[in-house]
Design a binder for this molecule. Structure first.
Ligand code: C5P
Length: 218
């Protein structure tokens, strides 16, 4: 695999709906980094399982992953709570993680030349995908705040779901993501903790920008 030298690599881990995606996008735009929301890949596979239950097997997933393009991940339907829940189930499987890992590693270490580096967010990015990242962040917020944010996002998408259902689903996903045996979500010692509960988007962005600027000596 090709590994570009002297690029800036940012690794972010976070529980569901902590605001990591919004921040990662803003950071990537500001520093001209190639951005990947890795949860979308697990959601993409979860959707295959829900949409094609009969065809769904390892061979089928392999062939879909081979032709997967970043633009396939931008579809709004992947954001549904049902797909998120299914993603946390299929992401426990070793064979699936292996497939997704090689896609992510290629993305992280070999971003297109026009970018100065890469920024990935997910659950195991800081210790499994980019263990040598220049910046490692663990972004979190209290569970009710996260549920409310996700509920508001789903409302905009006109999804038929209550706040209570979203809260329950996020609690279940936290339980599964933090406690699973393979690639559990955790804050590594070398990751900086960013709690977004009481901060707005701008304040969070400025906090992270300060950390990055210091690191890259701007
Ligand atoms: O981030 P998002 O909520 O879209 O992720 C959906 C699910 O995919 C998570 O709950 C988690 O189980 C799984 N995931 C993962 N590893 C990642 C990203 C997401 O296991 N790097």
């Amino acid at each position: 695999m090709i590994r570009r030298k002297n690029i800036l690599k940012i690794a972010i881990d976070s529980p569901a709906a902590a605001g990591a995606g919004t921040l990662a996008k803003a950071i990537s735009k500001h520093y001209n980094l190639f951005y990947l929301d890795t949860g979308k890949i697990y959601r993409y596979i979860a959707n295959l399982k829900l949409k094609y239950p009969k065809a769904y097997n390892q061979k089928f997933i392999n062939s879909k992953m081979k032709s997967l393009k970043v633009k396939d991940l931008s579809n709004k339907y992947l954001l549904s709570d049902e797909i998120g829940t299914e993603a946390s189930i299929i992401s426990k499987r070793k064979e699936i993680r292996k497939l997704v890992h090689s896609f992510q590693i290629n993305f992280a270490y070999n971003p297109p030349k026009k970018y100065k580096g890469s920024c990935l967010d997910g659950r195991d990015i800081t210790y499994k995908i980019i263990p040598d990242a220049d910046i490692k962040l663990f972004i979190t917020a209290n569970v009710r705040t996260r549920a409310l944010r996700r509920f508001n996002e789903l409302k905009i998408l006109k999804k038929d779901i209550t706040y209570k259902q979203v809260l329950k689903s996020i609690k279940n996903r936290d339980k599964s993501d933090f406690n699973r045996k393979i690639s559990p979500l955790k804050k590594t010692k070398d990751s900086l903790l960013i709690n977004t509960t009481k901060l707005n988007k701008r304040a969070c962005f400025l906090k992270i920008k300060k950390i990055i600027d210091k690191k890259i000596n701007i």
